[in-house]
Design a protein around this ligand. Structure first.
Ligand code: G6P
Length: 369
């Protein structure tokens, strides 16, 4: 293989641990700037981003989950309505085109057939403000879009996407900030503060990676289970989705993710001691709500595995295990909270002995429909 494994057992593990560097590389182009320039997205960006009234994000798989996180950022920072759609659905449905919509296609490979076709479909409908966020410079998606942002994750070999995802999040945070700045929704001071938080991400992610030994212990308790449920709220709901996807992809354990408030509308019926429940519990405005959702699980005998922040007001009790992330990270917290879920899936797959880098029936890049 052209890319060496070095000290790692699998590419997926290597790629999980490369995330601090991948983020640093992706963020390198902002340098020490206190304000962002739209030119980050290409020379036509000042013109094409000006007058944007909505954002439509198109993607598949893990890239779709990055889009779901970005929706929260774009709506809260830039106050632009944002929809996120699975590319294979968008390309075939009758939708209402709007030339002032910024169409963002997200793809690690830039060759996913559905994402490419969805972007072409949007253009065909007259939407010419298009942006590709992609990890491969010479890809079809990059050629197709008017604007581009290249993530610098480096080659991703493991079929289950990890470092591409976190670098996509970094790119999308830059997009949300650029749109916010352009609309004058944030002050220069706020922008500088967000940029400082972004620059600190590689260090913050590095600290989260140190949780690996404890996560490996938790993973052993998942490996013999048939099902798992992932819960999150707000911008961590897409992180719960991504955690469930990772577990499904490589350990073949059936996993579902729910926004925790929906528990009572169905999935609670499935909870028993045989179904581990993973909760993403950062210290944010929704923590108290999430805690009452967790009690609902506990009182039904469910075993809870909670990823909290250092300062989340939750405590261990029988049936409720807690692991704390070293730093509380506000808006960018999803970038940190996905890391332990990647590691949990990886270690559960190791225990099960599955082919981590090449899971059955899946391809790294789906270039046919
Ligand atoms: C495949 C891969 C996933 C990936 C998805 C989208 O299903 O197995 O890991 O998220 O394609 O790929 P893209 O290259 O468009 O991000």
């Amino acid at each position: 293989d052209a890319v060496e494994l070095g000290q790692y057992r699998h590419y997926m593990q290597k790629e999980i641990f490369e995330q601090p560097q991948a983020l640093a590389n992706t963020l390198e182009m902002i340098g020490t700037a206190q304000r962002l320039s739209p030119h980050l997205f290409g020379s036509a960006a000042p013109e094409l981003l000006d007058g944007v009234t909505r954002v439509l994000i198109l993607a598949c798989g893990t890239s779709y989950h990055a889009g779901l996180v970005a929706r929260y950022w774009i709506e809260s920072l830039a106050e632009l309505p944002c929809t996120v759609e699975v590319a294979s659905e968008y390309r075939y449905r009758e939708s209402v085109p709007d030339p002032d919509t910024l169409v963002v296609a997200i793809s690690q490979s830039g060759e996913t057939a559905d994402t490419l076709a969805a972007l072409k479909h949007a253009r065909h409908l007259g939407m010419n403000r298009t942006l590709a966020i992609c990890n491969v410079a010479e890809s079809a998606l990059i050629r197709e879009a008017a604007l581009k942002f290249l993530t610098r994750a480096g080659p991703e070999i493991g079929v289950a996407s990890t470092k591409a995802f976190t670098t996509q999040l970094a790119a999308l945070a830059l997009l949300a900030l650029t749109l916010a700045s352009q609309q004058d929704w944030i002050t220069g001071e706020e922008e500088a503060r967000h940029l400082a938080a972004l620059r600190h991400l590689p260090v913050a992610v590095q600290k989260v990676l140190e949780l690996e030994p404890g996560i490996a212990v938790w993973a052993r308790r998942f490996a013999d289970k048939q099902h798992a449920l992932f819960l999150g709220r707000g911008h961590h709901y897409p992180i719960a989705l991504e955690g469930a996807l990772k577990l499904k992809e490589i350990s073949y354990i059936h996993a579902e993710a729910y926004p925790a408030g929906e528990l009572k509308h169905g999935p609670l019926a499935l909870v028993d001691k045989e179904m581990p429940v993973v909760a993403v519990a950062p210290n944010d405005a929704l923590l108290e709500k999430l805690k009452s959702n967790l009690q609902e699980v506990k009182s039904r005998g469910g075993e809870l595995y909670v990823f909290a922040d250092q300062d989340s007001a939750v405590s261990e009790e029988p049936g409720l295990h807690i692991m704390r992330l070293p730093e509380h990270y506000g808006l960018l917290s999803p970038v940190l909270h996905v890391i332990p879920l990647q590691l949990l899936a990886y270690h559960a797959a190791l225990v099960k002995g599955t082919d981590v880098d090449k899971p059955r029936n899946l391809a790294k890049s789906v270039t046919v429909e």
